[in-house]
Design a protein around this ligand. Structure first.
Ligand SMILES: Nc1nc2c(ncn2[C@@H]2O[C@H](COP(=O)(O)OP(=O)(O)OP(=O)(O)O)[C@@H](O)[C@H]2O)c(=O)[nH]1
Ligand SMILES: [Mg+2]
Length: 447
């Protein structure tokens, strides 16, 4: 099932033959097609037509039935192969609208589109499992609908399909439970690795934010080394020479790199962006990826500050909603892309958004503005370290303890007097207790 819908994956679909009409219904106001167009292009569709309607939801067709006739006309005129609907469409509505469209035209909703993008970009086992899980969870209620539609359908060709679909349903459920098991064992390993990293003195910092906010660009700006995970997802967008793309969902899995701050050693993790109107099951399917955010010591919530306040607000709300459930880390809001702002615009936006984004830090990931200030803010926002003073006897092992303390904490003074070394340093409490026991194990040379 995984990859079935991926564009080009099986060689049968290419950009040229994925021609989409975009449709959207809103209860009130005017439908905004910007994001669904971006998603469609990211998924490899050529957009050949648009249709919007302001009207309350129709139970059978989502849009008014007359509008669906108009849609069918438009599809025929533009020779479209797909209809992309930016609404949550129930299985019955999809079925009904499908009956009205020219033969062979597929209906793609917002979630399917996002899943197509993910399926195409998933490169690791984990990402592929997550995509497959999301696809199956999407499929399940639809298989149930098909089963019941088939049962009540009188046409001879459909006879027996009900039974078939019930077995499809069972298979889906079994596969979902297998994937869950495998993902939870991956999550367990990742949790252990995070704890190891903490134990060796790293603070874990995560980038979060709406898709296209500039997280990966900021990652490249802050990171000092290549990936720390040998088995990390391959991310073309994170290569040191790679360009970020002005495209939704460039990043899918997670990548972790080291970032050098003044005092602290930090591991910075970049991950998938958030987007509005995702059903909870889709977010849940990516749980173990989002864990790198939820379990960080500090989350940098990146916001594209070049957008109008209304959009910034909506996207901030989406981010906070996504984080709200399980995030345990403190959040520092980063207003990115300030190079695009006019004089005075930043201050206006900050005050307009002060409730959602208190005391944000302003940066430009592309030209480097504010990056030093960001590093300082990160250090001050990270959980406090404790101070310690250790007097070490001079032995064969002493210098290795001294360098261990340098590696795991911040050494303020290191002084040598007689056959003793005195270290004054700051570190996490767990590091301090390990340093103490290492010091206790040092036997003086003349003992
Ligand atoms: N002008 C300007 N553009 C930026 C800045 N930071 C990022 N961009 C652009 O914004 C676009 C998205 O950047 P990414 O770093 O890929 O964004 P992301 O948040 O990682 O996006 P996803 O991985 O798709 O969720 C790219 O075209 C970047 O070049 C900035 O500070 N200023
Ligand atoms: Mg990215």
């Amino acid at each position: 099932m995984s990859g079935q819908r991926a564009s080009g994956a099986d060689g049968t679909t290419t950009n040229a033959d994925r021609r989409a009409v975009i449709a959207k219904r809103v209860d009130a106001g005017t439908a905004d097609l910007t994001e669904i167009e971006q998603l469609s292009s990211a998924a490899g569709y050529a957009i050949v037509g648009q249709l919007t309607q302001t009207r309350k939801e129709d139970a059978a067709y989502l849009f008014g039935e007359g509008k669906i006739d108009e849609l069918a006309d438009l599809v025929a005129r533009t020779d479209a192969t797909h209809v992309v609907v930016d609404n949550d469409m129930g299985p019955y509505q999809t079925f009904n609208v499908g009956q009205k469209l020219p033969e062979g035209v597929e209906i793609v909703d917002r979630f399917t589109l996002i899943l197509e993008i993910f399926a195409e970009r998933a490169q690791t086992r984990k990402a592929q499992l997550q995509v497959e899980l999301a696809e199956l969870r999407y499929e399940l209620p639809r298989a149930e609908t098909k089963a019941s539609l088939a049962k009540r359908d009188e046409r001879p060709g459909f006879m027996g399909l009900g039974e078939y679909d019930e077995s499809v349903e069972r298979d889906i459920k079994r596969r979902i439970s297998d994937i869950r098991d495998e993902l939870s064992s991956i999550a367990k390993k990742e949790r252990a690795r995070r704890e190891e990293r903490r134990a060796s003195g790293f603070d874990l910092l995560a980038l979060a934010g709406y898709t296209n906010a500039g997280k990966s660009t900021l990652m490249r700006r802050l990171a000092t080394e290549l990936d720390v995970d040998e088995n990390a997802d391959r991310h073309p967008d994170l290569g040191t020479t790679a360009e970020s793309q002005d495209k939704l969902f460039t990043t899918l899995g997670t990548t972790t790199r080291r970032a050098e701050l003044d005092r602290r050693d930090v591991l910075l993790t970049d991950t998938v962006g958030f987007i509005s109107d995702l059903p909870h099951w889709l977010v849940e399917s990516f749980e173990s990826t989002l864990d790198s955010v939820y379990r960080a010591d500090l989350v940098l919530l990146v916001v594209d500050a070049s957008e109008p306040v209304r959009e910034m607000r909506e996207k901030l709300v989406t981010c906070h909603d996504t984080l709200h459930e399980r995030n345990q880390a403190p959040i520092l809001t980063v207003f990115n892309k300030v190079d695009r702002l006019e004089e005075g615009e930043l201050a206006e936006k900050q005050s307009a958004l002060s409730t959602l984004a208190p005391n944000p830090i302003a940066v430009s990931a592309t030209d480097g503005t504010g990056i030093e200030a960001l590093r300082e803010r990160v250090e001050s926002e990270l959980p406090d370290w404790e101070r310690e003073r250790l007097v070490l006897p001079m032995t064969d092992e002493t210098m290795s303890v001294v360098s261990w303390v340098h590696d795991h904490g911040y050494v303020e003074t290191e002084s040598y007097a007689g056959d003793q070394v005195t270290l004054e340093f700051e570190a996490k409490p767990a590091i301090i207790s390990r340093a103490r026991s290492k010091a206790a194990e040092l036997a003086p040379l003349d003992a």
